[in-house]
Design a protein around this ligand. Structure first.
Ligand SMILES: [Fe+2]
Length: 326
C-alpha cells in the first residue's frame, strides 16, 4: 500500500477505512486501543516463589560432572520466575553458581551490576574485583558494580557455591548493555586488601546484627550493607540488607513499590505473601515482586539477605509504601 496523502486521510469514509490507512503509516487510534496503556495499580505480572538450595546443589554437582571447566564461569542455574523464562523479578535475576577446586572463571566486565552471597565454600575460594583479591566464605557478600573487572577462582579443596544477583533484566529493558572479556583472560591480583567496600564479611554482619538487635526492642534487627538511600546504596540499582529474625520473631507486614529477592543466609522460616506461604531454609531464595504485602517468620531463628531495586524506584520518583493490610 502506498503511503496515504493528507487528503486521502482527511476523506476517510469510515473508521475502518481510517484505521487501515493509519496502520500503513504506523499510527494508532488512541480511542480504539486493543489494550489499555494505563491501569490503577501495578499488575501482578511476576509471582512470589521459593527455590531450594538443596535441589540446586544437586543439579550443580551433576553439571560439575557433565560440563567442562571451560564453562565454569557459566556453571550456574538461573532462578526463573514462574511468570517467564529468564528473570527472577522484573528488574533482578538471581542464579546459583558453583566452581570446583582448581577452577577459575575468566575475568570480564559488564554494565549490569552484580553481587554474590556465598553459601558454601572453604578457604581458597576468591573473587578478584579490579585487582583486589577478596575471599569468599559462607555468608560473605561480594560486589562487582557496573564496569568493574571481576573473575573467580577456587584454590580450596571443596566446591564453592554462591548466589549471584544481577540487574540484567533492568539493563536489558533500558538497553545500555556492554560486555568485555579481560585482555589477559584472568585478571592478576594486585592487592589483598584488609578492608574493601566490595566485601562484606559474615563476621562483620553478625557483629552488626547483634548490635542492632540490642537496640531493636524485640523487633527483628535490620542492617544495610553499603548504606541505604538512593545516593548511598551499595550499588546504583540495588540496595542490600541483612535481617535477623530471632526464634519466634516475625517482621512487620511490608508492601513497597520495589522488587525484593531474599537469600537465606542462616536458619529457616516462612514467608507469607498475600495468602501464599513459602517455607525456606539456609541457602534458599525467595522472590517477592513489587507491591505485595509480605511477612517473614522464623521459629528457630534466621538471617535473610535482601536485595531490592529500591534505589531505582526512589531515584525515579516511583517508590511508595502501601498499606500492608491488603
Ligand atoms: Fe560477570
Amino acid at each position: 500500500m502506498t503511503s496515504p496523502t493528507p487528503q486521502q486521510l482527511a476523506h476517510s469514509g469510515t473508521l475502518e477505512d481510517l484505521y487501515k490507512q493509519l496502520g500503513s503509516i504506523r499510527m494508532g487510534a488512541g480511542w480504539a486501543k486493543p489494550t489499555p496503556s494505563l491501569w490503577a495499580e501495578p499488575k501482578k505480572s511476576f509471582a512470589p516463589f521459593v527455590w531450594s538450595y538443596a535441589q540446586a546443589k544437586g543439579a550443580l554437582d551433576a553439571a560439575g560432572r557433565l560440563i567442562n571447566t571451560e564453562l565454569a564461569e557459566r556453571r550456574n542455574l538461573i532462578l526463573q520466575n514462574p511468570a517467564g523464562d529468564y528473570a527472577t523479578s522484573r528488574t533482578i535475576v538471581a542464579a546459583y553458581q558453583m566452581i570446583m577446586p582448581g577452577e577459575k572463571a575468566r575475568s570480564h566486565r559488564h554494565t549490569p551490576n552484580a553481587l554474590r552471597l556465598i553459601v558454601d565454600a572453604e578457604p581458597g575460594a576468591y573473587t578478584i574485583v579490579n585487582g583486589e583479591k577478596l575471599s569468599m566464605m559462607p555468608g560473605d557478600v561480594v560486589l562487582t558494580p557496573n564496569w568493574c573487572w571481576h573473575g573467580h577462582g577456587n584454590d580450596g579443596r571443596a566446591c564453592a557455591y554462591w548466589l549471584d544477583v544481577l540487574d540484567v533484566p533492568l539493563v536489558q529493558l533500558l538497553e545500555p548493555m556492554f560486555f568485555e572479556p579481560h585482555p589477559d583472560e584472568f585478571e592478576k591480583e594486585s592487592v589483598v586488601p584488609n578492608d574493601s567496600p566490595m566485601h562484606f564479611p559474615w563476621a562483620d554482619t553478625e557483629r552488626r546484627l547483634a548490635e542492632a538487635a540490642s537496640r531493636s526492642n524485640g523487633q527483628p534487627a535490620e542492617i544495610a550493607l553499603g548504606g541505604s538511600g538512593p545516593e548511598k546504596s551499595a550499588l546504583d540499582t540495588m540496595a542490600l540488607a541483612m535481617i535477623e529474625l530471632k526464634a519466634g520473631q516475625a517482621t512487620a507486614a511490608r508492601k513497597v513499590m520495589a522488587n525484593s529477592v531474599f537469600g537465606v543466609a542462616k536458619g529457616s522460616g516462612t514467608t507469607e505473601v498475600e495468602g501464599a506461604k513459602l517455607s525456606w531454609s539456609r541457602g534458599d531464595v525467595i522472590v517477592v515482586p513489587a507491591w505485595r504485602s509480605h511477612v517473614h517468620r522464623s521459629d528457630g531463628g534466621a538471617v535473610l539477605f535482601r536485595v531490592t531495586d529500591e534505589p531505582v524506584m526512589q531515584k525515579l520518583g516511583f517508590l511508595r509504601n502501601g498499606s500492608a493490610a491488603h
